[in-house]
Write a protein that binds this ligand. Structure first.
Ligand code: NAD
Length: 487
């Protein structure tokens, strides 16, 4: 490990910023540690307003050239980036696991292929982007998606490269240039992405990566007058700060924020399926924005559901995320462990009962927890924990189920387990959520709109919705030949 480089899982990673096609070091660094064992893995350049401004300037300088690059050529370069990701899948998966503690097997088989797919999907979608011309009193309306300019993309640590590329790919496809600010707790794969993009032939300055603490580098990016879009995934308080900062220039924002999503289990559900869906919520140690952390179970089946849930959850293996047999890895940071434990302790003090877990384990491994006897207006039901902590409440009617499901300030997702398709339709229509899954979970397609309602976010990403955000839409109205009527 040096000031500018580190080797993680046998992979060399440059720990400096990537600005205008150059590696740039800051005078100071911060230490990145692995959640697996708390060991330091790299000294990362600690960005300031200076590097932030340099990155925006680089993105601005090359924007006209990239925006004017024919769509087919932009698409070809994005496919070349996807090729690079596929070539380095094993390296990316290993580095990501050491850096953020999520399972190596899911990085290998699910996440990194999805990273490549992010580039391929938006490259291909770009080539089909079209709105049918239409006529107004003989005039032709023609809609185009014009690139907006430099974009600032700010991402969290729970799925670093997947979430970053979900923004980078459409922003670049749209003809924009990018400054990516990855999370300080998982900065490494963003640096590898810069290498891959450069190797793929992406022109210098089109993609820039600035490392550092959000509190130190963030404002200079989000209040910069040359930035045309800000896309942020992270927590509500940070989003509120960024929105205020962006307000100075009225910079359009896309916000993908937290959740407190419900899983509604009706008595007519396939109970084993419902239990599988519930236990799945411990994936990535509960550090998933979409996680259905509130189990709402119809009273008639609650006892049996709980019995089967406990039986299944107690078979989960928690440990080193690099092991094939591990189901749940560590929590990202000691601070996050303390935060989770604070939520659980306060809930227990307020009368909740821990059916399983309810305490930290060794190191950064928090025990999978299920709490019952929780009040709807309590903190543990209303606030996002972002750890392996679920609550269980019961209901006796569909109305009550819908009321409980909707009664938080969030609206990211909801999952239903029911054997009655008509009930599914009725309940879905009443739920406030960006995504509803019926008898399934986490099935996602980039063609679908993704985002949250209320405090879970502003805007939708996916398919044409991404291009709508990253572009200035223009309607050109052309008069028919020989048109003379000026009235
Ligand atoms: P966070 O808000 O603490 O940090 C996210 C990013 O914002 C980091 O890169 C951080 O450095 C940066 N940041 C912090 N302060 C900033 C500032 N003042 N200006 C600019 N940038 C700043 O969130 P987190 O703890 O990293 O992530 C967890 C949160 O993300 C959870 O709430 C989770 O639900 C949410 N999340 C949402 C989605 C979604 O798609 N809706 C997906 C994943 C995670």
């Amino acid at each position: 490990m040096s000031e500018h480089r580190t080797t993680v899982a046998g992979v060399a990673v440059d720990t400096r910023h990537w600005i205008g096609g150059q590696r740039v070091a800051s005078p100071r660094t911060f230490t990145d540690a692995s959640p697996i064992d708390g060991a330091p893995v790299g000294e990362i350049s600690r960005g300031t307003a200076t590097e932030a401004r340099a990155a925006v300037a680089a993105a601005k300088a090359v924007f006209p050239g990239w925006a004017a690059t024919p769509r087919a050529e932009r698409a070809r370069l994005l496919h070349a980036v996807a090729d690079g990701v596929e070539k380095r899948t094993e390296e990316l998966a290993n580095v990501e696991t050491v850096d953020n503690g999520a399972l190596l097997r899911s990085h290998r088989r699910g996440v990194m292929p999805r990273v490549a797919h992010n580039f391929r999907f938006f490259a291909d979608w770009l080539l089909t982007l079209e709105h049918e011309d239409f006529a107004t009193r003989g005039h032709t309306n023609h809609v185009t998606w014009d690139p907006a300019g430099p974009c600032v993309l700010i991402t969290p640590w729970n799925a670093p490269l997947m979430l970053a590329t979900w923004k980078v790919a459409p922003a670049l496809a749209a003809g924009n240039t990018v400054v990516l600010k990855p999370a300080e707790w998982s900065p490494l794969t963003a640096s590898l992405l810069a290498d891959i993009a450069a190797e793929a032939g992406l022109p210098a300055g089109v993609l820039n990566v600035v490392q550092g603490y959000g509190s130190e580098v963030g404002d200079a990016l989000t209040s910069h007058p040359d930035v045309r879009r800000i896309s942020f995934t992270g927590s509500v308080p940070t989003a509120q700060h960024i929105a205020a900062s962006a307000a100075a220039n009225l910079t359009p924002l896309s916000l993908e924020l937290g959740g407190k999503s419900p899983l509604l289990v009706f008595a007519d559900a396939d109970l084993d399926l419902a239990v599988d869906l519930a236990v799945e919520q411990y994936d990535n140690a509960g550090q998933v924005c979409l996680a259905a952390t509130r189990l709402l179970v119809e009273e008639a089946v609650a006892e049996e559901f709980t019995r089967r849930f406990v039986a299944k959850a107690s078979r989960l293996r928690q440990g080193d995320p690099r092991e094939e047999s591990t189901d749940i890895g560590p929590t990202i940071h000691p601070r996050q462990v303390a935060k989770i434990d604070g939520f659980v302790r306060r809930a227990l003090a307020a009368g909740a009962r821990a059916v399983i877990g309810g305490h930290p384990g060794e190191g950064q491994y928090y025990a999978p927890t299920l709490l019952t006897d929780v009040r709807q207006d309590s903190e543990i039901v209303q606030e996002e924990v972002f750890g392996p902590v679920l609550t269980l409440q019961t209901f006796t009617s569909e109305d009550e189920a819908v009321h409980l499901a909707n009664d938080t300030r969030f609206g990211l997702a909801a999952t239903l387990a029911t054997g009655d398709p008509e009930r599914a339709e009725r309940v879905t229509a009443r739920l406030v959520a960006g995504t509803v899954w019926v008898n399934c979970f986490f099935v996602r397609d980039l063609k679908a709109p993704f985002g949250g309602s209320r405090h879970s976010g502003i805007g939708r990403e996916g398919g044409t919705w991404s291009f709508d955000f990253y572009c200035d839409l223009k309607n050109t109205v052309t008069a028919p030949k020989g048109w003379k009527d000026h009235g």
